[in-house]
Design a protein around this ligand. Structure first.
Ligand SMILES: [Zn+2]
Length: 128
C-alpha cells in the first residue's frame, strides 16, 4: 500500500492552467460563427443570383420561349427537378435548360434536366 498524496489546487490556479485552453475554445467558437455567417451569405447570394437568372430565363424577351404557356411549363419542370441537383453536391450547379429547335412550321422547345437526364417537350403549338 502506498501513501496517498492529496494535492489541492486552488480555483485560481485551476483557472490559470485552463485559461489558454478556454481562450482557444472561445476563439474557435468565434471563428465558427464567422464561417457560418460567411457560408450563409454565400448561399443567400447564390440563391439570389439563381432566382434572377431563372426570372430572366423565363421572361419572353429572353427569347427562348414563344409564349407564357411555354415559360410556365419550363418553370414547373425546373421546380420539379430542383431536388435532382440539391440531392447531389457535385451537381448543385447544373440547372435545367431548354433546347430550341426549328421546324418548318415553328420552333419546338425541349426542357432538359442535366442531372437525371429527363427531357420534356414543352412546345406551345398554339402560337404557330
Ligand atoms: Zn432531374
Amino acid at each position: 500500500m502506498g501513501t496517498e498524496v492529496t494535492i489541492t489546487i486552488s480555483d485560481a490556479d485551476m483557472l490559470r492552467i485552463a485559461r489558454p485552453y478556454i481562450d482557444v475554445i472561445e476563439e474557435l467558437k468565434d471563428q465558427n460563427k464567422r464561417l457560418l455567417t460567411d457560408a450563409k451569405a454565400l448561399v443567400d447570394e447564390s440563391l439570389r443570383n439563381e432566382n434572377e437568372d431563372l426570372k430572366q430565363r423565363l421572361s419572353l424577351s429572353y427569347g427562348q420561349f414563344s409564349s407564357e404557356k411555354e415559360s410556365k411549363a419550363f418553370e414547373s419542370f425546373y421546380k420539379e427537378h430542383e431536388k435532382c441537383r440539391l440531392n447531389s453536391k457535385a451537381d448543385a450547379g447544373r440547372l435545367p435548360y431548354v433546347i430550341p429547335y426549328g421546324t418548318g412550321i415553328g420552333t419546338c422547345v425541349t426542357a432538359v434536366c442535366p442531372v437525371c437526364g429527363e427531357k420534356r417537350e414543352i412546345t406551345d403549338i398554339s402560337t404557330w
